[in-house]
Design a protein around this ligand. Structure first.
Ligand code: NAD
Ligand code: MG
Length: 295
């Protein structure tokens, strides 16, 4: 049988978006259109059979796409998210369990050091080990002028996006075996910061450097570390303050591929980086941007 060849310009929703706003953190099930996390389309082939993965921000968007794909590749999956996002998380739990894999829900705020450290131990205990750590949670609030950027927002963005990664990795090293994979989510904003995302973009620059440096520190332990740099992906982050509302209709339209990406389009890279097939890959940035070059 021949597999149908698909046009990347039209494979996913390629229209403009309706303006829509929710309070952060938004629920993706209330978005129009609902982001496509591969619920209908991702097919596994045993690439992660028996692995144990923790994914932060696994309730929605890119983290959810990774959670679905990991379960379909045979992994047991724990996800972390904020308590407000319970309804999205319950959907992910059902999707993981539908594959016959274990789903562990660990809600809580990564801005709290004690919680974040305990999260790692709880995940390893519930999963009976930890092989794959996906540090993907993030917050993004657009502010036009640096004069209006509050200290609270700067601290919250840094704590959520980058400082929590130090706490998580410090604890995870108690469990990660040789062959384990750490995957972070950076952004094209690391290389091309937008004027209205001064705090967010700077944390993404830090995540890129952190991931490269950590790969050097952990290579001799047989642990690989890589980061994924998405471009404009249609997720909850964008409609709860991540973009100014007037930018929502055109979101993604200026990329070479002329549309926003969907979380489903990132899943295969999170699977590859977690799998043994990436045995010679560490310290790298994987850009999935619709065309912008990450340099
Ligand atoms: P999303 O809103 O679906 O996922 C982000 C998740 O982060 C939330 O679901 C939430 O559970 C989690 N989170 C935020 N603050 C938290 C906190 N204090 N404690 C615990 N969890 C918290 O959006 P997404 O776009 O899938 O975001 C995933 C990652 O992708 C983020 O790191 C984001 O910066 C990055 N990213 C997204 C885009 C994009 O265009 N959507 C582009 C580049 C990078
Ligand atoms: Mg969410």
């Amino acid at each position: 049988m021949t597999k149908k060849i698909e046009n990347p310009l039209t494979k996913f929703y390629d229209g403009k978006f309706e303006k829509q706003v929710q309070e952060a953190p938004a629920l993706q099930q209330k978005m129009t259109p609902i982001p496509d996390c591969g619920e209908e389309s991702y097919h596994g082939s045993g690439k992660l059979t028996g692995r144990k993965a923790l994914i932060t921000g696994g309730d929605s968007g890119i983290g959810r796409a990774a959670a679905i794909a990991y379960a379909r590749e045979g992994a047991d999956v724990a996800i972390n998210y904020l308590p407000f996002e319970e309804d999205d998380a319950q959907q992910v739990k059902q999707l993981i369990e539908a594959e016959g894999r274990k789903a562990v829900l660990l809600p809580g705020d990564l801005k709290e050091e004690d919680f974040t450290r305990k999260l790692i131990h709880d995940a390893a205990k519930e999963l009976d080990g930890l092989d794959i750590l996906v540090l993907n949670a993030g917050m993004q609030q657009a502010v036009e002028s640096i004069k209006d950027l509050s200290t609270q927002q700067i601290v919250d963005t840094y704590t959520t996006n980058i400082i929590s990664m130090y706490w998580a990795v410090q604890e995870a090293l108690d469990y990660l075996p040789k062959g384990a994979s750490i995957i972070t989510t950076t952004s094209i904003q690391s290389a091309e910061p937008s004027a209205h995302l001064l705090d967010y973009a700077a944390t993404k620059g830090a995540i890129t450097s952190f991931s490269k440096g950590l790969s050097a520190q952990l290579a001799a332990s047989g642990i690989r570390v890589n980061t994924v740099a998405p471009g404009p992906i249609w997720t909850a982050l964008q409609i709860c303050g991540g973009q100014p509302q007037e930018k929502i209709p055109e979101f993604g339209q200026n990329e070479l591929l002329q549309r926003a990406g969907q979380p489903a389009e990132l899943a295969a890279v999170y699977v590859f980086l977690a799998s043994d097939e990436a045995s010679y890959v560490t310290g790298q940035v994987y850009a999935i941007t619709g065309g912008s070059f990450f340099a």
